[in-house]
Design a binder for this molecule. Structure first.
Ligand code: ASP
Length: 351
Protein backbone atom coordinates (compact mmCIF):
# COMPACT_ATOMS: atom_id res chain seq x y z
CA UNK A 1 0.00 0.00 0.00
CA UNK A 2 2.58 2.52 1.13
CA UNK A 3 4.23 4.14 -1.92
CA UNK A 4 7.02 5.60 0.25
CA UNK A 5 7.95 2.08 1.45
CA UNK A 6 7.61 3.00 5.12
CA UNK A 7 5.01 0.70 6.66
CA UNK A 8 1.85 2.60 7.60
CA UNK A 9 0.32 1.27 10.81
CA UNK A 10 -2.82 2.42 12.57
CA UNK A 11 -2.99 1.91 16.35
CA UNK A 12 -6.50 1.64 17.77
CA UNK A 13 -6.28 2.24 21.51
CA UNK A 14 -9.31 0.91 23.37
CA UNK A 15 -7.87 0.95 26.91
CA UNK A 16 -6.75 -1.88 29.20
CA UNK A 17 -3.94 -2.19 31.70
CA UNK A 18 -1.32 -1.22 29.13
CA UNK A 19 -2.41 2.42 29.31
CA UNK A 20 -3.67 2.53 32.90
CA UNK A 21 -2.42 4.60 35.79
CA UNK A 22 -3.07 4.24 39.51
CA UNK A 23 -5.82 6.33 41.03
CA UNK A 24 -4.02 7.95 44.00
CA UNK A 25 -7.20 7.92 46.11
CA UNK A 26 -8.26 4.29 45.65
CA UNK A 27 -4.98 2.68 44.60
CA UNK A 28 -6.86 0.94 41.75
CA UNK A 29 -5.73 1.00 38.14
CA UNK A 30 -7.91 2.93 35.72
CA UNK A 31 -7.65 3.66 31.99
CA UNK A 32 -5.73 6.73 30.86
CA UNK A 33 -5.23 8.47 27.53
CA UNK A 34 -3.07 7.48 24.60
CA UNK A 35 -0.52 10.30 24.83
CA UNK A 36 0.50 9.02 28.26
CA UNK A 37 0.92 5.54 26.79
CA UNK A 38 2.92 6.55 23.76
CA UNK A 39 5.15 8.96 25.73
CA UNK A 40 6.29 5.93 27.70
CA UNK A 41 7.55 4.17 24.57
CA UNK A 42 10.15 6.54 23.09
CA UNK A 43 11.74 3.54 21.30
CA UNK A 44 8.83 3.60 18.87
CA UNK A 45 10.66 6.33 16.98
CA UNK A 46 13.39 3.80 16.18
CA UNK A 47 10.89 1.98 13.98
CA UNK A 48 10.88 3.64 10.61
CA UNK A 49 7.10 3.46 10.35
CA UNK A 50 4.35 5.96 9.80
CA UNK A 51 2.15 5.40 12.85
CA UNK A 52 -1.22 7.04 13.42
CA UNK A 53 -3.71 6.40 16.16
CA UNK A 54 -7.36 6.42 17.01
CA UNK A 55 -8.48 6.14 20.61
CA UNK A 56 -11.65 5.20 22.41
CA UNK A 57 -13.06 8.22 24.20
CA UNK A 58 -12.85 7.42 27.03
CA UNK A 59 -10.52 4.40 26.97
CA UNK A 60 -12.09 1.47 28.83
CA UNK A 61 -11.26 -1.44 31.05
CA UNK A 62 -12.02 -4.37 28.77
CA UNK A 63 -14.45 -5.77 31.34
CA UNK A 64 -16.77 -3.11 29.90
CA UNK A 65 -16.32 -4.31 26.31
CA UNK A 66 -19.52 -5.10 24.39
CA UNK A 67 -20.57 -5.70 20.77
CA UNK A 68 -20.95 -1.96 20.13
CA UNK A 69 -17.25 -1.53 20.92
CA UNK A 70 -16.41 -4.36 18.50
CA UNK A 71 -18.35 -2.47 15.82
CA UNK A 72 -16.40 0.67 16.70
CA UNK A 73 -13.08 -1.17 16.22
CA UNK A 74 -14.31 -2.80 12.99
CA UNK A 75 -15.48 0.57 11.67
CA UNK A 76 -12.08 2.13 12.41
CA UNK A 77 -10.43 -0.68 10.45
CA UNK A 78 -12.90 -0.47 7.55
CA UNK A 79 -12.63 3.30 7.21
CA UNK A 80 -8.84 3.15 7.17
CA UNK A 81 -8.33 -0.18 5.45
CA UNK A 82 -6.81 1.06 2.22
CA UNK A 83 -4.57 3.63 3.88
CA UNK A 84 -2.67 1.31 6.21
CA UNK A 85 -0.60 -1.83 5.88
CA UNK A 86 -1.63 -3.14 9.26
CA UNK A 87 -3.58 -2.46 12.42
CA UNK A 88 -2.59 -2.80 16.08
CA UNK A 89 -5.43 -2.87 18.59
CA UNK A 90 -4.46 -2.07 22.18
CA UNK A 91 -6.92 -3.78 24.46
CA UNK A 92 -7.35 -5.03 28.02
CA UNK A 93 -6.55 -8.68 28.51
CA UNK A 94 -9.76 -9.67 30.30
CA UNK A 95 -11.96 -9.85 27.20
CA UNK A 96 -9.27 -9.74 24.53
CA UNK A 97 -10.06 -13.26 23.30
CA UNK A 98 -13.75 -12.37 22.86
CA UNK A 99 -12.86 -9.26 20.85
CA UNK A 100 -10.36 -11.18 18.74
CA UNK A 101 -12.94 -13.88 18.00
CA UNK A 102 -15.72 -11.39 17.22
CA UNK A 103 -13.50 -9.35 14.89
CA UNK A 104 -12.37 -12.47 13.06
CA UNK A 105 -16.01 -13.18 12.10
CA UNK A 106 -16.87 -9.55 11.39
CA UNK A 107 -13.88 -8.78 9.12
CA UNK A 108 -14.73 -10.92 6.12
CA UNK A 109 -12.05 -11.31 3.42
CA UNK A 110 -9.47 -9.74 5.75
CA UNK A 111 -6.07 -9.83 4.08
CA UNK A 112 -4.11 -7.49 6.34
CA UNK A 113 -2.81 -7.94 9.89
CA UNK A 114 -5.00 -6.99 12.84
CA UNK A 115 -2.73 -7.56 15.83
CA UNK A 116 -4.32 -7.25 19.25
CA UNK A 117 -2.10 -6.74 22.27
CA UNK A 118 -2.05 -5.26 25.75
CA UNK A 119 -0.10 -5.98 28.89
CA UNK A 120 -0.23 -7.34 32.40
CA UNK A 121 1.60 -4.34 33.89
CA UNK A 122 0.90 -0.73 32.91
CA UNK A 123 3.33 0.85 30.47
CA UNK A 124 4.50 3.33 33.12
CA UNK A 125 5.75 0.53 35.42
CA UNK A 126 9.48 -0.26 35.42
CA UNK A 127 8.95 -3.97 34.73
CA UNK A 128 6.15 -3.45 32.21
CA UNK A 129 5.55 -6.01 29.48
CA UNK A 130 3.62 -3.36 27.56
CA UNK A 131 6.54 -1.76 25.78
CA UNK A 132 7.82 -5.02 24.32
CA UNK A 133 4.33 -6.19 23.38
CA UNK A 134 3.51 -2.93 21.62
CA UNK A 135 6.78 -2.81 19.68
CA UNK A 136 6.57 -6.47 18.64
CA UNK A 137 2.93 -6.03 17.61
CA UNK A 138 3.91 -3.07 15.42
CA UNK A 139 6.74 -5.06 13.86
CA UNK A 140 4.48 -8.01 13.10
CA UNK A 141 1.84 -5.69 11.64
CA UNK A 142 4.50 -4.32 9.29
CA UNK A 143 6.01 -7.64 8.18
CA UNK A 144 5.70 -8.90 4.64
CA UNK A 145 6.54 -12.09 2.81
CA UNK A 146 9.14 -12.42 0.04
CA UNK A 147 6.44 -11.48 -2.46
CA UNK A 148 5.52 -8.33 -0.55
CA UNK A 149 2.15 -9.43 0.79
CA UNK A 150 1.36 -9.04 4.50
CA UNK A 151 2.82 -11.92 6.51
CA UNK A 152 -0.22 -12.03 8.79
CA UNK A 153 -3.63 -11.72 7.16
CA UNK A 154 -5.89 -12.40 10.11
CA UNK A 155 -6.86 -11.24 13.59
CA UNK A 156 -4.14 -12.38 15.96
CA UNK A 157 -3.18 -11.87 19.60
CA UNK A 158 0.43 -10.98 20.34
CA UNK A 159 1.45 -11.56 23.93
CA UNK A 160 4.99 -11.91 25.28
CA UNK A 161 6.57 -14.87 23.44
CA UNK A 162 3.78 -15.86 21.08
CA UNK A 163 1.48 -14.78 18.31
CA UNK A 164 -1.80 -16.71 18.48
CA UNK A 165 -4.76 -16.95 16.16
CA UNK A 166 -7.33 -14.63 17.74
CA UNK A 167 -10.35 -16.90 17.47
CA UNK A 168 -8.39 -19.81 18.99
CA UNK A 169 -7.09 -17.89 21.98
CA UNK A 170 -8.06 -17.87 25.63
CA UNK A 171 -6.73 -15.84 28.53
CA UNK A 172 -4.95 -18.45 30.64
CA UNK A 173 -3.33 -16.43 33.40
CA UNK A 174 -4.11 -13.36 35.45
CA UNK A 175 -0.48 -12.82 36.35
CA UNK A 176 1.91 -14.49 33.90
CA UNK A 177 3.39 -12.38 31.15
CA UNK A 178 2.54 -15.22 28.77
CA UNK A 179 -1.16 -14.69 29.48
CA UNK A 180 -2.71 -16.23 26.35
CA UNK A 181 -2.70 -19.55 24.64
CA UNK A 182 -4.54 -21.28 21.84
CA UNK A 183 -4.90 -24.74 23.26
CA UNK A 184 -6.11 -26.40 20.08
CA UNK A 185 -3.97 -24.64 17.51
CA UNK A 186 -0.23 -24.06 17.21
CA UNK A 187 1.25 -20.59 17.70
CA UNK A 188 1.40 -18.49 14.53
CA UNK A 189 4.82 -17.25 15.61
CA UNK A 190 7.29 -17.60 18.45
CA UNK A 191 8.96 -14.47 19.66
CA UNK A 192 12.47 -14.82 21.03
CA UNK A 193 15.56 -13.12 19.73
CA UNK A 194 13.75 -13.10 16.41
CA UNK A 195 10.16 -13.47 15.25
CA UNK A 196 9.79 -17.01 13.92
CA UNK A 197 6.63 -17.62 11.94
CA UNK A 198 4.94 -20.96 11.62
CA UNK A 199 4.09 -20.27 7.99
CA UNK A 200 1.85 -23.32 7.60
CA UNK A 201 -0.36 -22.18 10.46
CA UNK A 202 -1.11 -18.73 9.02
CA UNK A 203 -4.61 -18.07 7.71
CA UNK A 204 -5.23 -17.03 4.11
CA UNK A 205 -8.72 -16.12 3.03
CA UNK A 206 -9.87 -18.64 0.39
CA UNK A 207 -11.83 -15.94 -1.44
CA UNK A 208 -9.97 -12.76 -2.44
CA UNK A 209 -12.27 -9.77 -2.23
CA UNK A 210 -12.16 -6.34 -0.66
CA UNK A 211 -12.80 -6.29 3.08
CA UNK A 212 -16.47 -6.54 3.98
CA UNK A 213 -17.49 -5.87 7.55
CA UNK A 214 -20.44 -7.81 8.97
CA UNK A 215 -21.69 -5.36 11.59
CA UNK A 216 -24.78 -7.31 12.55
CA UNK A 217 -24.23 -9.15 15.83
CA UNK A 218 -27.10 -10.61 17.82
CA UNK A 219 -26.36 -10.41 21.54
CA UNK A 220 -29.22 -12.79 22.45
CA UNK A 221 -26.75 -15.50 23.49
CA UNK A 222 -25.28 -16.81 26.72
CA UNK A 223 -22.97 -19.40 28.25
CA UNK A 224 -24.22 -22.16 30.56
CA UNK A 225 -21.60 -24.12 32.47
CA UNK A 226 -22.52 -27.61 33.70
CA UNK A 227 -21.59 -28.72 37.20
CA UNK A 228 -22.56 -31.61 39.43
CA UNK A 229 -25.62 -30.64 41.43
CA UNK A 230 -27.11 -28.39 38.75
CA UNK A 231 -30.81 -28.36 39.59
CA UNK A 232 -33.40 -29.14 36.89
CA UNK A 233 -35.27 -25.94 37.75
CA UNK A 234 -32.09 -23.86 37.37
CA UNK A 235 -31.33 -25.26 33.91
CA UNK A 236 -34.96 -24.85 32.87
CA UNK A 237 -34.91 -21.24 34.08
CA UNK A 238 -31.65 -20.41 32.31
CA UNK A 239 -32.66 -21.93 28.98
CA UNK A 240 -36.02 -20.15 29.12
CA UNK A 241 -34.39 -16.74 29.61
CA UNK A 242 -36.47 -14.23 27.61
CA UNK A 243 -35.20 -13.58 24.10
CA UNK A 244 -32.28 -16.02 24.24
CA UNK A 245 -31.62 -17.55 20.80
CA UNK A 246 -28.25 -19.20 21.27
CA UNK A 247 -26.53 -20.98 24.16
CA UNK A 248 -22.98 -22.19 24.52
CA UNK A 249 -23.27 -25.24 26.76
CA UNK A 250 -19.99 -26.01 28.48
CA UNK A 251 -20.00 -29.74 29.07
CA UNK A 252 -17.64 -32.20 30.69
CA UNK A 253 -14.66 -33.74 28.90
CA UNK A 254 -15.43 -34.86 25.37
CA UNK A 255 -18.86 -33.20 25.39
CA UNK A 256 -20.64 -35.19 28.08
CA UNK A 257 -23.52 -34.33 30.37
CA UNK A 258 -25.88 -36.11 32.76
CA UNK A 259 -27.89 -38.92 31.16
CA UNK A 260 -30.84 -38.24 33.49
CA UNK A 261 -34.06 -37.81 31.49
CA UNK A 262 -34.76 -34.34 33.01
CA UNK A 263 -31.48 -33.04 31.61
CA UNK A 264 -31.97 -34.23 28.04
CA UNK A 265 -35.67 -33.28 28.10
CA UNK A 266 -34.85 -29.73 29.23
CA UNK A 267 -32.32 -29.38 26.43
CA UNK A 268 -34.71 -30.86 23.88
CA UNK A 269 -37.52 -28.50 24.85
CA UNK A 270 -35.21 -25.50 24.42
CA UNK A 271 -34.06 -26.75 21.02
CA UNK A 272 -37.68 -27.30 19.98
CA UNK A 273 -38.43 -23.69 20.98
CA UNK A 274 -35.77 -22.66 18.42
CA UNK A 275 -32.77 -22.12 20.69
CA UNK A 276 -29.46 -23.16 19.13
CA UNK A 277 -27.39 -24.94 21.79
CA UNK A 278 -23.71 -25.47 21.01
CA UNK A 279 -21.71 -28.05 22.90
CA UNK A 280 -18.17 -27.01 23.84
CA UNK A 281 -15.92 -28.70 26.35
CA UNK A 282 -14.98 -27.29 29.74
CA UNK A 283 -11.49 -28.68 29.04
CA UNK A 284 -9.23 -26.09 27.48
CA UNK A 285 -7.61 -28.67 25.25
CA UNK A 286 -9.30 -31.26 23.05
CA UNK A 287 -12.69 -31.38 21.40
CA UNK A 288 -16.27 -32.52 21.72
CA UNK A 289 -16.76 -36.08 20.48
CA UNK A 290 -20.47 -36.65 21.01
CA UNK A 291 -20.44 -40.32 20.16
CA UNK A 292 -17.56 -41.35 22.42
CA UNK A 293 -19.71 -41.83 25.53
CA UNK A 294 -23.38 -42.52 26.09
CA UNK A 295 -23.37 -39.32 28.15
CA UNK A 296 -22.31 -37.38 25.05
CA UNK A 297 -24.62 -39.21 22.69
CA UNK A 298 -27.64 -38.28 24.82
CA UNK A 299 -26.70 -34.57 24.65
CA UNK A 300 -26.47 -34.87 20.87
CA UNK A 301 -29.77 -36.72 20.68
CA UNK A 302 -31.41 -33.82 22.51
CA UNK A 303 -30.55 -31.66 19.49
CA UNK A 304 -27.44 -29.95 20.83
CA UNK A 305 -24.90 -29.25 18.07
CA UNK A 306 -21.24 -30.05 18.48
CA UNK A 307 -18.89 -27.09 18.67
CA UNK A 308 -16.02 -29.56 18.22
CA UNK A 309 -12.86 -27.71 19.36
CA UNK A 310 -14.22 -24.15 19.36
CA UNK A 311 -13.20 -22.03 22.32
CA UNK A 312 -16.05 -20.64 24.41
CA UNK A 313 -15.16 -17.17 23.15
CA UNK A 314 -15.29 -18.27 19.51
CA UNK A 315 -18.50 -20.28 19.96
CA UNK A 316 -20.29 -17.36 21.63
CA UNK A 317 -19.24 -14.75 19.08
CA UNK A 318 -19.85 -17.12 16.17
CA UNK A 319 -23.42 -17.53 17.43
CA UNK A 320 -23.77 -13.73 17.66
CA UNK A 321 -22.44 -13.43 14.11
CA UNK A 322 -24.57 -16.17 12.55
CA UNK A 323 -27.74 -15.03 14.34
CA UNK A 324 -26.88 -11.45 13.39
CA UNK A 325 -26.83 -12.46 9.72
CA UNK A 326 -30.49 -13.35 10.19
CA UNK A 327 -30.23 -17.10 9.80
CA UNK A 328 -32.87 -19.28 11.43
CA UNK A 329 -31.99 -21.93 14.05
CA UNK A 330 -31.48 -24.80 11.59
CA UNK A 331 -29.12 -22.77 9.42
CA UNK A 332 -27.18 -21.45 12.42
CA UNK A 333 -26.86 -24.99 13.78
CA UNK A 334 -25.59 -26.21 10.40
CA UNK A 335 -23.05 -23.38 10.09
CA UNK A 336 -21.61 -23.68 13.59
CA UNK A 337 -19.57 -26.71 12.55
CA UNK A 338 -18.27 -25.12 9.34
CA UNK A 339 -15.00 -23.28 9.38
CA UNK A 340 -15.37 -19.58 8.63
CA UNK A 341 -11.92 -18.21 9.38
CA UNK A 342 -9.76 -20.88 10.97
CA UNK A 343 -11.66 -21.06 14.26
CA UNK A 344 -12.47 -24.78 14.18
CA UNK A 345 -10.53 -27.88 13.26
CA UNK A 346 -12.40 -29.79 10.62
CA UNK A 347 -11.86 -33.48 10.53
CA UNK A 348 -10.07 -34.72 7.43
CA UNK A 349 -12.68 -36.21 5.10
CA UNK A 350 -12.71 -39.99 5.46
CA UNK A 351 -11.40 -41.78 2.42
N1 ASP B 1 -8.94 -5.26 33.61
C1 ASP B 1 -7.94 -5.06 32.59
C2 ASP B 1 -8.65 -5.00 31.26
O1 ASP B 1 -9.03 -6.02 30.74
C3 ASP B 1 -6.93 -6.15 32.63
C4 ASP B 1 -5.81 -6.04 31.61
O2 ASP B 1 -5.79 -5.26 30.69
O3 ASP B 1 -4.87 -6.85 31.74
O4 ASP B 1 -8.88 -3.95 30.73
Amino acid sequence: MAPDKHPHILIIYTGGTIGMIENPETGSLQPFDFSHLIDNVPKIKMLDYVIDNIQFDPPIDSSNMNPDHWKQIARAIEENYDRYDGFVVLHGTDTMAYTASALSFMLRYLDKPVIITGSQLPIGEVRTDGEENLITALQIAAMTTETGEPMVQEVAILFENYLWRGNRSTKMSADNFNAFKSNNYPPLARIGLGIHFNREALWRTPVRRHLKVCYELDPAVMVVDLHPGLEPSTLEYLLAAPGIKGVVLKTYGAGNGPTAPWFCDTLRRAVERGTVIVNVSQCVNGAVHPKLYASGRSVEKAGVVSGHDLTTEAALTKLMHLLGLGHGPAEVAARIGRDLCGEITLKAPST
